[in-house]
Design a protein around this ligand. Structure first.
Ligand code: HEC
Ligand code: HEC
Length: 317
């Protein structure tokens, strides 16, 4: 039963992020002199988002399980995951993030790719299992989504096909999302650190892992307080409490400590070591390359969520 609950967590946490507050603010569009420049700017923005914020490349590539935070194996970017997500990740069955390089998506129109990312419907019209975080991505601006599409079109085509999914229940239980209009999603002004941080925290799918499970499914009264244990063959790790609780969360962390933790954990020195059983599923290697401005905004937003006392033992026996 637990696995169904966890899966529901993925869904509902995304919906909660949606409901928490709408991201309204000033719309920021890249300024470019001509079409070519503006495409270049979009691809660069898309590359940053896909690698360092929205984790598209992390999920859709082969990961090196022998190195800290399982970085992507160079040369496999977007070619599909190396293993299916299953029981340990709360999936009722198995689903492998498929190939999203031009080899797989060459016949898809931009609108079809956008529909998959933000509504959860693929080219064939099937509902995607919500491990693909389309609920969160549906909160992003049209410009950011278009940038991601522009970028994934530039990936090196990788000729590789992953196994079809095998679910014990129909994915249509969880989606697709009703038709909405991405034009209504506004980019908060970065000077409004909390709002901007909330936008990024949603896009970076932090709550998908950091919201704990209660007996009835995800417990939103305890959002971001962690506790879920990923029990995968190589190691076992519990999700940390990142609420501002001083005793058990990150309440005592300064902004500088927060930013440094991300930067240090993404350094070659840390990522290249073999952590053995003390590895993590938290993608530090990619998040840690976010800009200081973005990390500080995420920190500012996390200071505003309710502090929750929940002691988590990171490496349970
Ligand atoms: C947490 C892991 C995860 C992340 C992050 C993620 N995806 Fe996915 N994605 C999946 C899974 C799993 C599927 C397959 C779902 C299914 O078949 O039911 C999928 C499916 C897709 C599909 C449909 C492909 C097809 O052949 O049907 C596209 C396109 C896609 N993802 C693009 C993206 C993009 C772009 C991003 C970043 C904005 C992204 N994904 C982020 C896990 C992820
Ligand atoms: C795929 C699951 C996953 C996602 C997504 C994720 N985390 Fe984590 N996070 C973990 C796990 C597991 C740990 C505990 C192990 C560790 O420290 O790496 C953790 C630890 C942390 C810690 C360290 C806390 C401590 O006490 O040491 C911080 C801070 C953190 N996460 C913030 C974030 C933020 C911010 C995001 C979104 C940008 C995020 N996490 C997204 C799984 C995740």
């Amino acid at each position: 039963m637990k696995k169904i609950l966890v899966m529901t967590a993925i869904l509902i946490s995304a919906v909660a992020a949606f409901n928490m507050s709408s991201c309204k603010g000033k719309k920021s569009e890249p300024q470019a002199n001509n079409k070519e420049d503006s495409l270049k700017m979009m691809v660069a923005r898309g590359e940053y988002l896909a690698h360092n914020v929205t984790q598209c490349i992390d999920c859709h590539s082969i990961r090196d399980t022998g190195r800290f935070s399982m970085p992507v194996v160079p040369g496999t970017e977007g070619g599909g995951s190396g293993f299916p997500f299953g029981k340990a990740e709360g999936v009722p069955g198995e689903v492998t993030p498929p190939n999203i390089t031009p080899f797989a998506l060459k016949d898809w129109t931009d609108d079809e790719i956008i529909r998959a990312i933000t509504k959860g419907i693929n080219k064939k019209g099937d509902t995607l299992f919500p491990l693909m975080p389309y609920h969160s991505f549906s909160r992003m601006t049209k410009n950011d989504i278009l940038s991601i599409v522009a970028y994934i079109r530039t990936l090196k085509p990788i000729e590789r096909t992953t196994a079809p999914r095998n679910l014990e229940i129909p994915a249509s239980m969880f989606g697709p999302l009703p038709e909405g209009n991405l034009d209504n999603n506004m980019m908060p002004d970065p000077s409004d650190k909390v709002k901007y941080g909330q936008y990024l925290t949603t896009a970076a799918v932090c709550s998908e892992c950091h919201t704990p499970m209660g007996p009835q499914g995800p417990d939103f009264s305890k959002m971001f307080s962690g506790g879920f244990v990923f029990d995968i063959p190589m190691f076992k790790v519990a999700v940390a409490n990142i609420t501002p609780d001083t005793a058990t969360g990150i309440g005592a962390w300064t902004e500088e400590m927060f930013v440094n933790k991300f930067k240090n954990n993404a350094s070659d020195e840390v990522v290249n070591r073999h952590p053995g059983k003390e590895n993590t599923i938290m993608p530090w290697a990619t998040y840690g390359k976010m800009t200081d401005t973005d990390l500080k905004a995420i920190y500012a937003f996390l200071r505003t969520v309710p502090p929750i006392n929940n002691k988590v033992e990171k490496y349970p026996k």
